[in-house]
Design a protein around this ligand. Structure first.
Ligand code: KIV
Ligand code: ZN
Length: 519
């Protein structure tokens, strides 16, 4: 049997602090549910000491999610470790993840300490975490730029104190694969007691080598890979979970390793994270990008039509990528047909969600002859995005626009009081007019910082998917919606963001009084 590589997902911790991401507590719980379906081994649910909201989010995840180990990050101090334990103690299988910088540049300029202090802090922190939890992970931050001898000594010390997982972070994405492999191997050889632990790697993508370095790390002896869905994370992000998982699966012939990830959930997970993070995936993104399984040139199309494997090293079905048009539903399709297609796509909505999905499907099918899997995914995405009451709901949007006059929009919203509220505004364009009219009704002060629209499928009747980002005070919220009418989608996306801004927030970056961890 090949060796198992444990998958540690940090979408909700390292991924969350990407510039511009603002998860709500509800977003985090939704993503954690999907990560459990994906069957990752460990979910790093947040950084509990960074904010009461994040502690609450991690605790909610720890309480609900069964299967994966649930961990939270802590700096090497008593207060952080206590907060982390408070958040994860309710988990079926909790872990505390402690980190401390080891590179001279961090030790001197960020911590204002010396190596002896760091050694002492690391020992004390791990010993303290160990009093609460048998499963303790330790990360020497900026390990790849640290003096290797010092890293070996420090790792030996934390293992003596009871650390069970030793993570080697390439915090600033500095490593070169061959060098990283040798470093991990040297840790395996030189650190006394390391054979009793699981060795992990945590790579950043500053030089575009996070996936390559993670694979080099496991070749060097690591058995856990840390990463985030869609590779989100600080700066250029973290290792993409979908990339390492599919690399291990596709090249099992060479690597002789496997993961327990349910790869058919990768696409749905990627889309959920894309939607809730508001970080669009580039079309040519490996594994989950829109073009990852599209063939454009005649020669390639000819090859794929004759035999898929001529130009595809992976089967899109293994990733859960919906087929682009082979199975279509129409307006005469009944609820049974829609439900069974959803089920084939691995989507099992509850009754209330299904009713909303089916109604939205009917609306789309009324204006579009054929509704394919991509349309269906867009509908599901939108209809399952609110698990809390929407404060403001769109009841009507009407726009008048021409190549001469001034665009005018009228909107009617159902407010938190359950009553209709209506107003109208003019704008520089139809979308601007809609947003001004919505602002007049809701009175939520904000600034629109991003607006983008893309089509879900091809053709003139395609649904348009609108993504927007707004800022209210210090905070950023994204909104997304799709409709065959892009002005309706624009109105709904805007309301989605406004409603999110009215919900409880978990984002560490938005609350953290203390500095967030370097990534
Ligand atoms: O990049 C990093 O070093 C980290 C640690 C906290 C593991 O995110
Ligand atoms: Zn990191």
């Amino acid at each position: 049997m090949s060796d198992k590589i444990y998958i540690f997902d940090t979408t909700l911790r390292d991924g969350e602090q990407s510039a511009g991401i603002g998860f709500t507590i509800d977003d985090k719980v939704q993503i954690a549910r999907q990560l459990a379906k994906l069957n990752v081994d460990i979910i790093e649910a947040g950084f509990p000491a960074s904010s009461p909201g994040d502690l609450e989010a991690v605790r909610a995840i720890a309480k609900e999610i069964r299967g994966p180990i649930i961990t939270g990050l802590a700096r090497a101090n008593i207060k952080d470790i206590d907060a982390t334990w408070q958040a994860v103690e309710v988990a079926e299988t909790p872990r505390i993840h402690v980190f401390l910088s080891t590179s001279d540049i961090h030790v001197a300029h960020q911590l204002h300490k010396n190596r002896e202090d760091v050694m002492e802090m690391a020992r004390t922190a791990v010993a303290h975490a160990k009093r609460y939890c048998s499963d303790v992970e330790f990360s020497p931050m900026d390990a790849t730029r640290s003096d290797h001898e010092f890293v070996y000594q420090l790792l030996a010390a934390v293992i003596e104190e009871g650390a069970t997982t030793i993570n080697i972070p390439d915090t600033v994405g500095y490593a070169i694969p061959k060098q990283f492999e040798a470093f991990v191997r040297s840790c395996m050889e030189k650190v006394p007691g390391i054979e009793k632990t699981r060795v992990s790697v945590h790579c950043h993508n500053d030089l575009g080598m996070a996936t390559a370095n993670s694979l080099a790390g496991v070749i060097g002896g690591a058995r856990q890979i840390e990463g985030a869905i869609n590779g989100i994370g600080e700066r250029a992000g973290n290792t993409s979970i979908e990339e390492v998982v599919m690399a291990i699966k596709t090249r099992a012939d060479f690597l002789d390793m496997h993961t327990d990830v349910n790869t058919r959930e990768l696409y749905a997970t990627s889309r959920l994270v894309e939607r809730l993070s508001g970080m669009p995936i580039q079309p040519h993104k490996a594994i989950v990008g829109k073009n990852a399984f599209r063939h454009s040139s005649g020669i390639h199309q000819d090859g794929v039509l004759k035999m898929r494997e001529t130009y595809e090293i992976m089967n899109p079905a293994d990733i859960g990528v919906p087929a682009g048009g082979s199975i279509v539903l129409t307006k005469v399709s009944g609820s049974h047909g829609v439900r069974s297609r959803l089920s084939e796509l691995g989507i099992e909505p509850d009754e209330a969600e299904f009713r909303r999905i089916f109604q939205a499907f009917k609306d789309v099918a009324d204006v579009k002859d054929e509704v394919d899997d991509r349309d269906l995914m867009a509908i599901v995405s939108e209809q399952t995005q609110f698990t809390v009451e929407e404060a403001w709901k769109l009841d009507l949007v009407q726009v008048s626009s021409s190549d001469h006059g001034t665009p005018t929009a009228t909107v009617r919203l159902i407010g938190p009081d359950g009553e209709p509220h209506q107003d109208a505004a003019i704008g520089t364009g139809p979308v601007d007019a809609i947003y001004r009219a919505i602002n007049r009704v809701t009175q939520v002060t904000n600034e629109l910082t991003e607006f983008s629209v893309k089509s879900v499928t091809e053709g003139i009747d395609a649904q348009g998917e609108v993504t927007i980002r707004i800022e209210t005070g210090e905070r950023t919220f994204q909104g997304r919606a799709s409709d065959t009418d892009i002005l309706v989608a624009s109105a709904r996306a805007y309301l989605h963001a406004l409603n999110r801004s009215l919900m409880p927030i978990a984002t560490a970056a938005e609350h953290a009084p203390a500095p967030a961890p370097a990534r």
